[in-house]
Design a protein around this ligand. Structure first.
Ligand SMILES: C[S@@+](CC[C@H](N)C(=O)[O-])C[C@H]1O[C@@H](n2cnc3c(N)ncnc32)[C@H](O)[C@@H]1O
Length: 453
């Protein structure tokens, strides 16, 4: 059977922040790729450090009652779902625990009440955006799919992702076949030679509109018309296709040059009674139904007043500000990405919102300008990317001295870091509410409202 020197039996004690399981051997921490608390597993140490080891679970010897059978066939290899085999109520418990741990350990904020995590309305097929990578293999073949767990440079051929819709999975299979038949060269991340790089699919949950975005190296798409007409014929739901060219070495699915192949170049999604236009380069929350829960929770905690002036920082396509606009005097949104600002302005127009303005710029620079002009805001909402707020942006936000500051975060660690600064500046943080936007992954979104003391 196994090599007795490499394999060992371990008792899983906990789940760590990044989705890994934790076991101990003679006081040393072992991070496990697999295994659930309470289980006994047979594991192989793959990397050893002075204070901790990394190991892969080869077999579950004693199964936890929290374990369920994951429906996805890619569960063992995919980097997306760390917890698909953990029952959903337990996922929520561990996600809440991550928030508590971060607040205590990173922020030193022991007294903040952390509510139970609000579960997602849909557990599968909830994503409205999926990003797939092409990967050239040395044998001349290629794969189109998602990242292998822990590997930035390995892509497995996707059969079906359970977080994506059936339409999305079928488009992936169709495009893979097209690229193979037409012998379109696949980009190689090591040599930087080749053409097709990413396939990004966005699908509105409420209108059913679908956008296909092909991200390639520089140059026109070979067989562009054949690809466009083939896609339209096979998938009438595809209302628009865009082509983004990215010749940069950095492996990101963002284009320097965008062309609309057919359709409008955007899709429309609905949240509550409002419509939102989303373009290829703009951020939009990826779980549509749960976005309503997130925004509803944020506004419920913020309790906006009709005479309040609101600042919506990191506003994306303007969704939070537009939804809040009916409850406040006016809204100013700030966003770095030009595409998103364009969509935010359009979104205000198509929803007949007259009291919201959106400006393009880096939050820290825009706030410097406001500081000079002595602008006043009663409410500030911040919703930064995973890295949290730039220290200067955070300092300038605090200097605005709003009555209430709502922080929407997709990363409890950076939230805790920033929260400590806000509290140090004299704000109170009574409560944090985690909202699960990403079932089966290790990620958790949260909202905290700070009150000026
Ligand atoms: C997590 S998203 C939130 C978007 C929006 N609030 C929503 O709920 O859809 C973060 C947004 O911040 C923008 N962003 C990132 N860095 C920024 C900066 N330094 N200044 C302004 N916006 C920034 C991103 O482009 C993205 O749209």
């Amino acid at each position: 059977m196994t090599d007795q020197h490499k394999y060992e039996e371990l008792a899983v004690a906990d789940l760590a922040f990044d989705g890994k399981a934790v076991a101990y051997r003679d006081g040393k921490v072992i991070f496990l790729d697999g295994g659930l608390p309470g289980e006994r597993v047979l594991a192989e140490v793959v990397r050893s450090r002075k204070r901790y080891d990394f190991a892969t679970v080869k077999e579950v010897l004693q199964r936890s009652s929290m374990r369920i059978d994951a429906p996805c066939s890619h569960i063992a290899e995919c980097g997306g779902c760390a917890w698909q085999d953990l029952s959903y109520p337990q996922q929520l418990i561990y996600k809440r625990k991550q928030v508590v741990d971060c607040l205590e350990r990173i922020g030193g904020l022991e007294s903040v009440k952390v509510a139970d995590a609000i579960g997602s309305l849909e557990l599968f097929h909830y994503r409205n955006k999926m990003e797939f990578s092409f990967h050239a293999s040395p044998d001349g073949e290629f794969t189109l799919g998602l990242h292998r767990r822990g590997k930035f440079d390995e892509i497995f051929d996707l059969n079906a992702c359970w977080l994506a819709t059936d339409t999305c999975n079928r488009i992936v299979a169709w495009v893979r076949q097209f690229v193979r038949e037409e012998q379109i060269p696949v980009y190689d991340v090591f040599t930087h030679v080749g053409y097709v790089r990413f396939l990004v699919i966005r699908e509105s949950k409420r209108t059913g509109q679908v956008m296909v975005n092909l991200v390639t190296n520089y140059g026109e798409i070979p067989q562009r018309e054949k690809l466009a007409s083939g896609l339209k014929a096979a998938f009438p739901q595809i209302t628009t296709m865009v082509h983004n060219q990215n010749g940069q070495k950095s492996n990101i699915a963002v284009g320097e040059i965008e062309q609309v192949v057919f359709g409008t170049g955007y899709i429309e999604e609905r949240l509550f009674e409002s419509t939102f236009r989303i373009r290829a380069g703009s951020f939009f929350q990826t779980n549509t139904l749960q976005t309503e829960t997130l925004y509803h929770t944020a506004l419920d905690m913020l309790e906006p007043g009709i005479s309040d002036r609101m600042l919506d920082l990191y506003c994306g396509t303007g969704s939070i500000g537009i939804l809040a606009s009916r409850y406040v005097r006016d809204v100013l949104g700030v966003e770095l990405v030009a595409d998103a600002v364009k969509s935010a302005r359009e979104n205000a127009d198509i929803n007949h919102v007259k009291n919201a303005r959106f400006i393009e710029g880096d939050v820290k620079d825009v706030l410097a300008l406001h500081e000079r002009e002595g602008a006043r805001f009663d409410l500030v909402v911040v919703d930064p990317p995973r890295a949290g707020m730039h220290p200067t942006a955070l300092k300038r936000t605090i200097q605005l001295a709003p009555q209430k500051l709502a922080y929407v975060s997709c990363n409890p660690a950076t939230f805790a870091r920033d929260a400590a600064e806000i509290v140090k500046a004299g704000y109170r943080l009574p409560e944090v509410r985690p909202v699960d936007m990403f079932p089966h992954t290790k990620h958790i979104e949260l909202i905290g409202v700070f009150y000026r003391s």
